[in-house]
Design a protein around this ligand. Structure first.
Ligand SMILES: [Zn+2]
Length: 264
C-alpha cells in the first residue's frame, strides 16, 4: 500500500488547488486528484477531473470551487477512465457547468475541446495539450502563468503509469518526448498529476519516464530472446519485483510493449 496522503489535499499552485478524492488503491495511489483552477479574484473556476462517483467528494469539490461566490464555468476531463470521469455527470448537475473532453462520448452540454485550444473561462489561459498513450483520449492542461502542467494519468506523482487497453506505447513514447520539449519551451516548474503528490522537477521526471520505458522495452526484448513467449511469462521475468496487486496492470503494459515491438 501507499504512504499516507500527507499534503496532497489542498496542495497546488497560485491558480490550481487539489481536492483529493477518497478512493485510494494500488492503481489510484492516494486517490484521484481533482483540480480546481482559477485566476486569483476570478468569479469563475474550472474543475478538472471531478473524480469517481461519490456524493461527498463531489460536494466537497463544489464547496471549494464555489468559495467566495465563484461559479464553476467548465468541467474538463483529462481522460475517460472512471476514477476521473464517473462523477462528471453528477458534478455537472450539481454545478450547472458543461463537461468538455477529447472523447465526444464524455461531453455534456459542451462543444468539447480540442488539442491546441485555449480555455479562458477561469480568467487564466489553460492550453489543451493532446497526450495520447495512457489512453487514446488523454490530454494534459498547460497553466502557463504558474509554469504548471496538469498531466492526468500521463505522468503520476509516484512510480510510473500503465498503458491501458485503449492506449498505445508508440503514442505514449511520442507524448513523453513532446512533454519533455514542452518542459523546456514553457519553462515548466511543476507537474500536477492525476494521482500522487505534485512534482517540482518536470524535466527530471520526464527524463526518468523516458529512460524507464526504454529500459522496460530492453528487458522485454531480452525476455523474448531468452524464450519467453506469452505476456504472463514476460511479466514473471520483467516484473518479478512488482506488487502482486498490480500484476494485471503489468500484463497490460507487456501487451502494449509487444504490440509496439511488433509494429517497429
Ligand atoms: Zn486515474
Amino acid at each position: 500500500m501507499t504512504d499516507a496522503p500527507a499534503g496532497i489535499d489542498g496542495s497546488g499552485t497560485a491558480r490550481a488547488r487539489c481536492v483529493l478524492a477518497p478512493n485510494p488503491s494500488p492503481m489510484t495511489l492516494d486517490g484521484t486528484n481533482t483540480w480546481v483552477i482559477a485566476e486569483p479574484g476570478s468569479t469563475a473556476v474550472l474543475v478538472v477531473d471531478p473524480g469517481p462517483s461519490g456524493e461527498s467528494h463531489l460536494r466537497r469539490v463544489l464547496s471549494v470551487a464555489s468559495a467566495g461566490d465563484r461559479r464553476v464555468a467548465q468541467i474538463v476531463l483529462t481522460h475517460g477512465h472512471p476514477d476521473h470521469a464517473a462523477g462528471a455527470a453528477r458534478f455537472a448537475e450539481l454545478s450547472g457547468a458543461p463537461v468538455g473532453a477529447l472523447d465526444p462520448a464524455l461531453r455534456l452540454g459542451s462543444d468539447g475541446i480540442a488539442a491546441g485550444s485555449v480555455i479562458t473561462a477561469a480568467g487564466c489561459a489553460v492550453r489543451v495539450v493532446g497526450t495520447p498513450g495512457h489512453s487514446a483520449d488523454s490530454l494534459s492542461l498547460l497553466l502557463e502563468a504558474d509554469g504548471a502542467l496538469l498531466t492526468g494519468d500521463t505522468v503520476l506523482g509516484r512510480g510510473t503509469t500503465v498503458i491501458a487497453g485503449d492506449g498505445s506505447l508508440g503514442d505514449y513514447l511520442r507524448t513523453l518526448d513532446e512533454l519533455r520539449s514542452l518542459a523546456d519551451a514553457a519553462a515548466l516548474r511543476v507537474l500536477l498529476p492525476g494521482h500522487g503528490p505534485l512534482l517540482d522537477d518536470p524535466a527530471g521526471v520526464l527524463d526518468y519516464y523516458i529512460a524507464h520505458r526504454r529500459e522496460r522495452l530492453d528487458q522485454v526484448r531480452a525476455a523474448l530472446a531468452a524464450g519467453a513467449s506469452t505476456p504472463a511469462e514476460i511479466v514473471e521475468i520483467v516484473y518479478a519485483d512488482t506488487d502482486p496487486a498490480v500484476r494485471g496492470a503489468a500484463e497490460w503494459s507487456v501487451r502494449a510493449q509487444l504490440d509496439y515491438l511488433n509494429s517497429v
